[in-house]
Design a protein around this ligand. Structure first.
Ligand SMILES: NC(=O)c1ccc[n+]([C@@H]2O[C@H](COP(=O)([O-])OP(=O)(O)OC[C@H]3O[C@@H](n4cnc5c(N)ncnc54)[C@H](O)[C@@H]3O)[C@@H](O)[C@H]2O)c1
Length: 442
């Protein structure tokens, strides 16, 4: 949403009671997130990478010296109030899943073993047609997709009851589905629900979770590049039921680097001829993305950022016809420790060519887990503040940010951060910061 200083600030309900976090998928990202929250609660590790936990926000003029922590400025749910549940196609507890994912080291795993053993996924809504490299036994059965989604609604209610949570948030941390295009059955709630009953192929499992979340009034974040909440039917339900939604595809490794470097090059009017990005990745996500149909979904999500940041229609001499290529190669020995290489062919004054090479040896889920935490806390805040539908101010977290149909998505990380912080200021009735600063000199 665009924030206008004149819009009245929202009333924010206090975060009383527990916040139930439902992860769709309990793989590498979800278990690293859940285990991480428990380690933070025990004071065993710092919350590195999390804006809600470590970030500050400047308020008022620079001379006022007011920069509280974001978590002290806003009524966010405390980490001690989070309870976890979710679904997976494997029945493993979160502990077994974390062991298999192999992201956390032995001592960290041991410290939260009991806690993770207590979290068991519910049976998933899954169909292999949508994730071809994956199959598992822990799946629901039903006559049609509508009934499957109704079962998910029952799960949500049962989790709410059992966990004693007063509010819930759902976050998609499951696999990337095959590439799907918007279809006419996605247009309205009526056509969508009819299509569910007819087992229409345009309705992917991820949409069933999103539909169930909307019907139950549960905010939804989409950590994968799937279409899921990018369709009018789900967005209409989000509006009608007062539910915030955000997506899509966590912005973590290579795309994070891209949206840090590209705005800098553009700020200095440095030209770019080509940007070649390749990765090796050996976790289950890498295996799923080895299927061309799932990779296509990821590729679309990864390719958009440069086009929008460089605006070649405005800067023809600098960015017209950039050759942009992205590759992901499944390479099991590296497991979750992805290596991403970028070769950037740039040019400067008088057109002289130069090159930049980036070799990012990252840990995929270590980068994604704090984003999951922030998204859960911010979506809960948004709902308590009566903010419904697409939460564009959370673009900061996504490779392929959602926005209103008439807008283009904002990919520049620094504009995204400014938008996020101004939204927080607006929520508390603080002056938005424009960085004009004339008043210090007049
Ligand atoms: N780690 C990152 O940096 C990063 C960044 C951006 C996006 N993502 C996306 O986040 C998602 C999770 O990544 P990961 O590394 O944890 O993958 P993962 O394979 O370790 O975990 C995904 C889990 O989802 C389960 N699953 C698949 N379909 C399901 C369904 N319909 N219902 C319930 N469970 C289902 C799988 O069994 C698996 O356990 C992927 O889509 C990935 O592309 C990750």
């Amino acid at each position: 949403m665009e924030i206008d200083q004149t819009m009245p600030k929202p009333e924010i309900a206090p975060p009383t009671g527990k916040l139930g976090v439902m992860t769709v998928g309990m793989g590498a990202v979800a278990t690293t997130f859940i285990a991480g929250v428990e380690l933070l609660r025990r004071g065993a590790a710092p919350a590195v990478g999390s804006l809600t936990q470590l970030g500050t926000i400047r308020l008022g003029k620079r001379t006022e010296g007011r920069s509280p922590r974001i978590k002290d400025f806003l009524p966010l749910a405390g980490l001690d109030r989070l309870v976890f549940g979710g679904w997976d196609i494997f029945p493993d507890s979160a502990y077994e899943a974390a062991q298999k994912a192999g992201v956390l080291d032995g001592p960290h795993q041991a410290r939260v073993k009991r806690f993770l053993q207590g979290i068991r996924p519910m049976k998933a809504a899954f169909q292999q047609d949508y994730v071809r490299r994956l199959d598992g036994p822990h799946v629901k059965k039903a006559k049609n997709k509508f009934e499957l989604a109704e079962q998910l609604r029952q799960d949500i209610r049962a989790f709410r009851r059992k966990s004693g949570a007063s509010r819930l948030v759902m976050i998609w941390c499951a696999s990337t589905e095959i590439f799907l295009k918007p279809h006419k059955v996605h247009q309205t709630v009526e056509s969508f629900e009819r299509a569910m009953k007819q087992n229409h192929p345009a309705i992917a499992p991820s949409m069933l979770y999103a539909w169930a979340a909307m019907r139950e009034g549960v905010p939804f974040a989409n950590g994968a590049p799937n279409l899921t909440v990018d369709i009018p039917a789900i967005q209409q339900l989000a509006q009608e039921n007062g539910v915030p939604i955000a997506g899509k595809d966590f912005k973590t490794g290579q795309t994070l680097m891209k949206t840090i470097i590209a705005p800098g090059l553009k700020a200095r009017m440095i030209g770019v001829n080509g940007w070649f990005s390749t990765n090796i990745l050996g976790n289950r996500d890498g295996e799923v993305l080895d299927d061309p149909a799932s990779f296509k979904t990821k590729e679309e999500s990864k390719l958009g950022s440069l086009e929008y940041i460089f605006q070649p229609h405005l800067y023809e001499q600098l960015y017209n016809g950039i050759y942009h290529k992205v590759r992901i190669n499944y390479y099991p020995p590296r497991r979750d420790n992805k290596e991403g290489w970028d070769n950037i062919d740039i040019f400067g004054w008088l057109g002289y060519p130069m090159q930049i090479k980036v070799d990012f040896l990252c840990r995929d889920s270590i980068l994604a887990a704090p984003l999951a935490l922030d998204l859960v806390l911010f979506l809960d805040l948004a709902q308590r503040a009566g903010m419904r539908g697409i939460q564009e101010w959370l673009s900061f977290y996504f490779k392929s940010p959602m926005c209103a149909p008439k807008l283009y998505p904002e990919h520049d990380l620094f504009i995204q951060l400014m938008k996020l912080k101004n939204t927080l200021r607006w929520m508390k009735g603080e002056t938005l910061i424009t960085h004009l600063g004339r008043e210090y000199y007049d």
